[in-house]
Design a protein around this ligand. Structure first.
Ligand code: ADP
Ligand code: ADP
Length: 598
């Protein structure tokens, strides 16, 4: 273990909890773990276990037993009086292996052994009571309230012997334990360490604010982003960490910053969570925490009101600050003054001074989705580039157009024309045509209900992969069953799935009888033929319904193209007049003639 620095604030409780087995006992403990009954942990419990094991939650050294749990709910303290605002518990499913004094092996989702726990307590908990104390609400819009409804109804606690920390394969050099973080901070030689908690990309205002905070305290910055579980809808940690790295390397002085990743599973508990963040950061060596508006906010409740007051988090941590040993650096809102090309705290600016700002929603909708570059004053160019790579504009995002209808309805004919039109508009297209798919991907499958479903799901799987990688998938298969089509819609993602019902009446398809199959089916030579002796279930909410009797294939393809353009998946072409500029036409009589024909 790295040497403890004397310069930094000591961890909560005086020393870091350390639950990893000693190296010399490792083989023996592992062998023992392999034959004990297994408990598979959720992603959240794996995160909690990692912080318990390394001392991030010091002085806590186990998933909470009843006394600690009850005390944390009621007074934000462990039973022995130490501040601790968030319950860290292990929900378990009752079963024959779960009894007192039994040792069980805790494993991750991939079945890797993480720890052995001796079951010393098993107790029931009350969801409404916990929600009320910790979150102040039972509103299902709160992400943890919604999640807790799915937790098992028993909590287990007991001594932990950790065999191995959860393995990570990304950004390994930045994943520092509290002891490693302390060693690095100690080496920087400053007593004052200001931590910054974040689950968002950092823009110029954050950079400015962290630099001011560090300057004010004459210390160093612990840039400590959460990479465990954050709020769904947040920008993925891979993209975020790339932005933090770029900033730390280029825009902070060496020795002024330490970037380390925190494998925390956030609870979105507002004020209580802020206090927890401060406690955790003290364990990592920080004695200040920057707290701004809406810290660890779960957003708005079902009546549209914020769950917590914007500055409640700052206030709660401030009240506990002396006892906790961590000071609050209040994050003052910084706004940009374009005339002076600088940021300033909002309360220092005259009310009539022109300022500019861009909200998180605007970043997504007005810039990234439309492929517009984020301005320099708002974000560093390196950050803007990473964000625009990770979140390409809509016209480079994937989409699936799913044609359904009877055999001979006109699915392939329309899809082939649409393919050409999309290529003209600069999109990459894969056409998954039922007949073609059945000669390769689904070769050998017949037309029983089951085999048709397999065929459709295979097409759906491939389409979903294409869409995930930013391509356009056009699928043209009879796909007669509604439930299967709906499954495929959710595989691809509803907001990028356009169901096109090619609504050609059976008599018309039969009259066309492109492949002579209707005649064969009528003679009974083909069984289970859709429309003849097998059902076709028409879509109830198709995005587009095509009439192939009144409209030509080209007109229909253009209708779909127009919808894709309207939704932003395809960019409209520049008006064609620029192709034949007047000067060139005048100089070349052949071109003049051609242009006038058009
Ligand atoms: P599916 O793929 O739905 O089985 P196809 O596209 O292979 O159907 O066959 C449709 C047949 O109908 C083609 O021969 C096509 O030329 C003819 N057809 C006539 N009018 C239309 C139309 N408006 N749209 C599509 N196809 C049409
Ligand atoms: P799905 O897998 O949704 O049933 P496909 O588009 O993959 O539909 O295959 C349907 C095509 O296969 C039809 O256009 C027709 O040419 C041919 N076919 C052969 N037997 C049948 C059948 N029993 N029912 C429908 N189409 C059949």
């Amino acid at each position: 273990m790295p040497v403890e620095s004397q310069l930094l604030i000591p961890p909560c409780g005086g020393a870091l909890t350390h639950l990893l087995v000693a190296r010399e006992e490792l083989e023996e403990v592992k062998a023992q773990a392999s034959y004990l009954p297994t408990l598979q942990l959720t992603e959240r419990s794996v995160c909690d276990l990692e912080l318990l094991a390394t001392g991030g939650f010091s002085p806590l050294d186990r998933f909470m037993g009843r006394a600690d749990y009850q005390s944390v709910l009621e007074r934000m303290r462990l039973a022995d009086g130490h501040l601790f605002p968030i319950p860290i518990t292990l929900p378990v499913k009752p079963g024959p292996d779960l009894r007192l004094d039994q040792e069980i092996t805790l494993r991750d989702a991939k079945n890797e052994i993480l720890a052995i726990m001796r079951v010393e307590e098993l107790y029931e908990w009350d969801a409404a009571e916990e929600m009320h104390h910790v979150f102040g609400t039972t509103d299902l819009r709160h992400p943890l309230v919604a999640e807790m409804h799915k937790w098992e109804k028993l909590y287990a606690s007991g001594r932990l012997c950790v065999v191995q920390l959860p393995r990570h394969y990304d950004f390994c050099e930045l994943r520092l334990t509290p002891a490693q973080t302390r060693a690095r901070l100690g080496a920087l030689g400053r007593e004052q360490v200001v931590a910054f908690q974040t689950r968002n990309p950092l823009h110029r205002a954050h950079e400015e604010m962290t630099k001011r905070a560090v300057g004010e305290k004459d210390g160093v910055l612990l840039l400590h982003p959460v990479v465990g579980l954050t709020k769904s809808g947040d920008i993925d940690h891979f993209s975020r960490v790339r932005t933090y790295k770029a900033l730390a390397q280029r825009y902070y002085e060496t020795g002024q910053i330490l970037l380390a990743l925190l494998p925390l599973a956030m609870r979105m508990a507002g004020p209580r969570e802020a206090l927890w963040h401060a406690l955790i950061r003290r364990n990592y060596g920080a004695n200040h925490l920057i707290i701004g508006r809406d810290h660890a906010s779960p957003g708005k409740d079902s009546t549209g009101r914020p769950f917590y007051e914007p500055y409640a988090a700052q206030e709660l941590v401030q009240q506990a600050s002396a006892e906790l040993g961590v000071g609050v650096v209040p994050f003052q809102e910084l706004v940009y003054l374009p005339a002076e090309r600088r940021y300033e705290e909002s309360y220092k600016i005259p009310a009539d001074a022109p300022t500019v700002s861009i909200s998180g929603t605007q970043v997504r909708e007005d810039y990234l989705n439309k492929g517009r570059a984020l301005p320099d004053w708002f974000t560093r160019p390196e950050v803007a580039e990473i964000l625009s790579d990770s979140f390409p504009p809509r016209y480079r995002q994937g989409v699936c157009v799913w044609f359904t209808g009877l055999s001979g309805a006109g699915k392939s004919t329309t899809a082939e024309i649409l393919t050409i039109m999309l290529l003209e508009h600069g999109r990459q297209v894969t056409l998954l045509d039922g007949d073609v798919v059945r000669t390769n991907l689904s070769k050998g499958l017949g037309f029983s209900r089951e085999e048709r479903d397999i065929n459709i799901r295979r097409i759906g799987f491939v389409a979903a992969e294409i869409v995930r990688h930013g391509g356009v998938a056009l699928c043209a298969a009879v796909s007669p069953y509604r439930a299967t089509r709906n499954d495929v819609r959710s595989m691809v993602g509803g907001e990028r799935f356009i169901e096109v019902f090619v609504d050609t009446p059976l008599e018309v398809c039969e009259r066309r009888d492109v492949k002579g199959m209707y005649a064969q089916a009528r003679r009974g030579e083909i069984k289970d033929f859709t429309g003849i002796d097998d059902a076709y279930e028409p879509p109830q909410h198709a995005e587009i319904t095509l009439d192939t009797v009144k409209a030509t294939p080209e007109e229909n393809a253009r209708r779909i193209l127009d919808m894709l353009i309207a939704q932003g998946f395809v960019r409209d072409l520049e008006p064609a007049r620029d192709v034949y500029p007047a000067v060139a036409a005048a100089a070349d009589p052949a071109l003049t003639a051609l242009a006038s024909e058009r």
